[in-house]
Design a binder for this molecule. Structure first.
Ligand code: ZN
Length: 308
């Protein structure tokens, strides 16, 4: 996830335009771009010179899918994405909203990239974007997703739509947690949100290239600091909180509620340490206990990752 097309500093620019980006070619790493620069030319020109797909559209609440090619709305993909909303809000105890998420589906990578280059020229090439854009005269922000019809469409849409669902009820989600939750929900329920590639890499690197540090993740404000390793770590902390036991999940859920009503709730690491004095040991034990989904065991070792 990469933030901020203009200045890359999340804290200093306003108003909010948030872009969440899916990577090229990697399995499940995320990157996000957040721009709060209202003068950002790329964003001001959005949809100006090259319009997004609009010939066909259908609604499956809370999403409206728009494309320039016909898509069968009865595909299981779309039914599953409709259930994603209930899954995200249900698991996180967040209230559903009536916000609409517009999902622009390009026919192929070339058309998608042409549009993205024209509309957001400063962005790196990525498979998908989530954009949160304020309306000029107030009201709730526009929630937009751009991607193309490719092999990873289902996982990418789960990832980006998780961002959209979160941001429709929590305007400012901490960078690392935003990605951790998107990584968590991008996996189908049948895989228990276990990312086999992340697990394999974390088991290989823990104690060497990987030194978990939740404090450090929580301090991250600049997406350039979030690399593949940080995405894996964010995913595992999230998975641990969600699934280790009811108490860790309760801490996360309470934190999310506070994010909705407060500007700066106390850090999660502080809250979790009250419950579990040695967080890094809990991280390691959770990693040790995870059982890979049966299907995942058959896949070859993960491909090199690229933040998205
Ligand atoms: Zn993301």
């Amino acid at each position: 996830m990469i933030r901020n097309a203009g200045g890359w500093k999340r804290a200093i620019l306003a108003p909010l335009v948030l872009l969440l980006v899916t990577s090229l070619g990697c399995n499940s790493y995320g990157s996000r771009l957040l721009s709060r620069d209202k003068n950002d030319k790329a964003l001001a020109d959005a949809h100006g010179s090259l319009p997004p797909p609009s010939r066909y559209s259908f609604r499956i609440a809370p999403y409206v899918f728009l494309s320039d090619f016909e898509i069968d709305r009865n595909k299981p993909l779309f039914q599953e994405l409709a259930r994603l909303r209930d899954r995200v809000y249900g698991d996180l105890h967040l209230p559903p909203t009536h916000s609409i998420v517009r999902v622009y589906l390009f026919e192929n990578k070339e058309r998608y990239e042409e549009f993205m280059r024209a509309t957001y020229p400063d962005l790196p090439p990525r498979r998908a974007f989530f954009v949160q854009k304020p309306k000029p005269f107030g009201g709730s922000d526009d929630l937009l997703v751009y991607t193309y019809w490719g092999d990873r469409i289902q996982q990418d849409l789960r990832h980006e739509l998780t961002h959209a669902l979160l941001h429709s009820v929590i305007r400012d989600v901490p960078l690392w947690l935003d990605e951790g939750l998107a990584e968590y929900f991008e996996l189908p329920p049948s895989e228990h949100c276990i990312n086999a590639s992340h697990v394999e890499t974390l088991r290989r690197d823990l104690g060497n290239a990987c030194q978990p540090d939740l404090d450090r993740l929580e301090r991250m404000k600049d997406v350039r600091d979030m690399k593949s390793a940080e995405y894996r770590e964010a995913w595992l902390w999230t998975h641990w909180m969600m699934q280790a036991n009811p108490e860790t999940r309760a801490v996360l859920l309470a934190y999310l509620q506070e994010l909705r009503s407060k500007n700066n709730p106390s850090p999660l690491a502080q809250r979790l340490t009250v419950l579990v004095p040695n967080l890094n040991e809990a991280f390691k034990q959770h990693l040790d206990r995870l059982e890979l989904p049966i299907n995942a065991r058959a896949v070859p070792p993960s491909t090199p990752s690229t933040p998205r």
